[in-house]
Design a binder for this molecule. Structure first.
Ligand code: GRF
Length: 210
């Protein structure tokens, strides 16, 4: 029987401010046990170490091809026995090995209101399109790019004088709160009933075949 907080592994490529929000959440439902990155020098790994979580890097250049990297990443994540895997600014598309092992309990945070503006430049693309409202989305990861079932979203207004950086910073304020909230909801469902794995719980979210 599962006791104690749900084990969360976070993957991040960059500064890790979303990760920091999860590390600071102080919620009894979950604990960030490890942080992985494709970049050994990612500040996110420093944040993990500072918080007492394990930190690991799986750089693509250390693997002969994409399939080997996918397998190594899945193995590195699995070694920490996560109940939930969170992509928080992880700037790579994850492959089949991670999806097969953690499908249905693998979530991503995206800085736009999906299905609008998927991909690596969601903030820039929304701004270029001239939208007046954008925001952030936390969704389950599937084999597509930002196409998985949406778990929750928050809207953010675009200011007339916004550039990509200012808009992204404001989105990230909303994104941090939303991500902590969704992770808490998913893991609380699991800790309330120990026989229930960390999994989505609305009809819209129950799309995983496993
Ligand atoms: C977030 O906006 C995330 O959605 C995007 O990259 C940003 C990561 O920010 N993919 P940080 O590194 O957590 O500060």
């Amino acid at each position: 029987m599962q006791t104690g907080p749900a084990r969360v592994v976070v993957l991040a490529s960059g500064s890790g401010s979303l990760l920091q929000a999860l590390l600071d959440a102080d919620d009894p439902a979950f604990s960030v046990v490890a942080v992985g990155s494709d970049k050994p020098a990612a500040p996110a790994l420093e944040r993990a170490r500072a918080a007492g979580a394990a930190a690991f890097a799986v750089p693509p250049r250390e693997h002969p091809d994409r399939a080997a990297w996918d397998a190594a990443l899945a193995a590195a994540v699995a070694a920490h026995e996560p109940d939930l895997v969170v992509l928080a600014g992880f700037m790579r598309v994850v492959g089949a090995p991670l999806l097969e092992r953690f499908g249905g309990r693998l979530v991503n945070s995206h800085p736009a209101l999906l299905p609008s503006f998927p991909g690596a430049h969601g903030v820039r693309d929304a701004l270029a399109h001239g939208v007046k409202v954008t925001g952030c989305t936390v969704h389950l990861v599937d084999a597509g790019v930002d196409t998985g079932p949406i778990l929750d979203q928050v809207a953010v207004r675009v200011a007339d004088d916004d550039d990509e950086a200012s808009l992204h910073e404001r989105i990230k304020v909303a994104e941090r709160r939303l991500l902590v909230d969704v992770v808490a909801r998913l893991t609380r469902a699991r800790t309330t009933d120990p026989t229930t794995p960390a999994a989505p719980h609305s009809p819209q979210e129950r799309t995983s075949p496993s």
